[in-house]
Design a binder for this molecule. Structure first.
Ligand code: AMP
Ligand code: MG
Length: 405
C-alpha cells in the first residue's frame, strides 16, 4: 500500500524487514553467572562422571544384601564413612559400615539401609528389614556420563544450566554477545533530565525509556544525548554511534513530515532508507534503514509511540541478535469493559489496565490514548491490540493484550 510517495507497511511487513537486516552476533566468553538468560554458543561436554563414584543416597548402613536373607540381621559395624573420602574398609560378610549421604559406597557393599530401618547396639547394628541390591545407592554417572554432550549451542541458560556448568567444572562459558545500541534523541525543544526546561522545552524521556527497554531485552544502551534539529548535527550523531561500534542505532524524533523532521533526510543521504511509515497507531512515522551496514531505527518523538515501536520492532531485533530463535510476547485475552469506536485501517495499540473478573480478565483504557501521554503507559498492564479495519467493538468483545508487566 502507498500513501502518496511513501510505502506504508503493516506491522508484520515492517518487522519482517527489520529482522531480515539483523544477524546473530559473535560469541564471547563470560563467567558462568553472567551467562544467565543468554544463548549458549558452544557444545558443553562432560569431562567426568557425575557423581564420580557410586555413593549413598541416605544416612544409614552400607551392607551386603546377601547378609539380609533373614531379618532382623545382626551385623558388626566396622567403620564410619563420611562424605568426601573413600572408605578404606572392605565389607566382609557379617559386617556393616555406618555411612552418610554422598559418601562413596565401601567395596563389598551393594545396598544402604536407612537408619530408620535399623537399631544400633554398641558396635553392632540390627537391620530390621530386607533390602534390594542398589537400593539407596546412586550409581556413578547416573546424572551425567563422561563424554556426554550436556548442552548444545542455542540453549538458553537458566539457573539449572548455570548450576550444571559449575558441576562440570566450568567457570566461563561462550554465549552470544550483547548488542550495543546507540540512542540519540533529536529535537530543538528537548533538554536532558537534569536541566530545567525553558519556555517550550521538554525533558528527554525517550532516551531513557528506550535505554531501559534495551537493557531489559539484553542489550547495552549507549546514551549519545540530544542533538538539535540540524542535518549536520544529526549526521554527526550517527557518526558518533558508528564510532562507538553500535550494532544498532536508535534515534527519536524528526521522522514525521514537519519542517524540522530531518532524520529521514540524513538516513537517506548517509545510508539507505527501507521504510518510514506504518499502518499502526500510535507510531505511524517510523523510519528504518541501514547506515554503513548498521541498522537504524528512527523512532517517532512522541513518547508512547517511541516505546511501543521499541517493543514491537527493536525487542525482536535485539533477541535475534543475541541468538534467540523465538521471541513470543507474553499475552493474555481479555474482554473490553468499554466499547471502542474506530474507523481507520491502522492497527491500534491501546493502553489498558487488567482486572480479574469472575469469568476471566477485563480490560479498561488508561485514560487519554494520545501518543504523547506517557502516563497512559505508566498506568498500563498491557497493550490491547485492535486489528485493522475494525468498525466498532462493543463492550464485552474479547481482545488480545500484550503484557507490559
Ligand atoms: P517529533 O517526532 O520530533 O515531531 O516529536 C513529536 C513529539 O514528541 C513532540 O511533541 C516532541 O516534543 C516530543 N518529543 C520528541 N523527542 C522527545 C524526547 N526525547 N522525549 C520526550 N518527548 C519528545
Ligand atoms: Mg522533533
Amino acid at each position: 500500500m502507498r500513501d502518496g510517495q511513501r510505502p506504508v507497511l503493516s506491522v508484520e511487513e515492517a518487522l519482517e524487514q527489520v529482522l531480515a537486516t539483523v544477524w546473530v552476533l559473535e560469541p564471547e566468553q563470560v563467567p558462568i553467572l553472567e551467562a544467565l538468560g543468554r544463548v549458549l554458543a558452544e557444545e558443553v561436554v562432560a569431562d567426568r562422571d557425575i557423581p564420580p563414584l557410586s555413593n549413598s543416597a541416605m544416612d544409614g548402613y552400607a551392607v551386603r544384601t546377601a547378609d539380609l536373607s533373614q531379618v532382623p540381621a545382626r551385623l558388626r559395624v566396622v567403620a564410619e564413612a563420611p562424605a568426601g573420602r573413600l572408605c578404606p574398609v572392605e565389607i566382609a560378610p557379617g559386617t556393616a559400615v555406618r555411612i552418610m549421604t554422598g559418601a562413596p559406597l565401601p567395596p563389598g557393599a551393594d545396598t544402604v539401609v536407612p537408619f530408620e530401618q535399623t537399631r544400633t547396639d554398641g558396635e553392632w547394628v540390627e537391620i530390621l528389614q530386607p533390602s534390594k541390591p542398589g537400593a539407596n545407592v546412586r550409581p556413578a554417572g547416573e546424572d551425567v556420563r563422561a563424554g556426554e554432550t550436556v548442552l548444545r549451542p542455542g540453549h538458553v541458560l537458566r539457573p539449572q544450566e548455570i548450576g550444571m556448568l559449575a558441576a562440570l567444572g566450568r567457570t566461563e562459558v561462550a554465549v552470544i554477545r550483547r548488542p550495543r545500541v546507540a540512542i540519540l534523541a533529536t529535537g530543538d525543544e528537548v533538554v536532558p533530565p537534569w536541566e530545567t526546561p525553558g519556555p517550550g522545552q521538554i525533558r528527554d524521556a525517550n532516551s531513557y525509556t528506550v535505554a531501559a527497554q534495551v537493557r531489559k531485552y539484553g542489550g547495552i544502551p549507549l546514551l549519545l544525548g540530544i542533538v538539535r534539529d540540524e542535518e549536520t548535527l544529526i549526521r554527526e550523531g550517527i557518526h558518533r554511534a558508528l564510532e562507538e561500534r553500535a550494532d544498532l542505532i536508535v534515534t527519536s524524533g524528526g521522522v514525521s513530515i514537519g519542517d524540522f523532521d530531518l532524520v529521514k533526510q540524513v538516513l537517506a543521504a548517509e545510508g539507505e532508507i527501507r521504510f518510514w511509515s506504518l499502518r499502526m497507531k500510535p507510531g505511524r512515522p517510523l523510519a528504518f534503514g541501514v547506515v554503513a551496514g548498521i541498522p537504524l531505527v528512527g523512532l517517532p518523538g512522541n513518547p508512547v509511540a517511541a516505546m511501543i515501536a521499541t517493543e514491537l520492532f527493536i525487542r525482536p531485533a535485539l533477541l535475534k541478535m543475541q541468538g534467540f530463535r523465538e521471541w513470543p510476547w507474553p499475552q493474555v485475552r481479555a474482554r473490553l469493559r468499554d466499547p471502542i469506536p474506530r474507523k481507520d485501517n491502522r492497527r491500534h495499540y491501546l493502553r489498558v489496565r487488567l482486572h480479574e473478573a469472575p469469568d476471566g480478565l477485563e480490560a479498561t483504557l488508561t485514560g487519554d490514548q494520545g501518543s504523547g501521554i506517557l502516563s497512559s503507559l505508566v498506568k498500563a498492564d498491557g497493550l490491547a491490540v485492535i486489528p485493522e479495519d475494525t468498525d466498532h467493538l462493543p463492550a464485552g468483545t474479547e481482545v488480545l493484550v500484550l503484557l507490559l508487566r
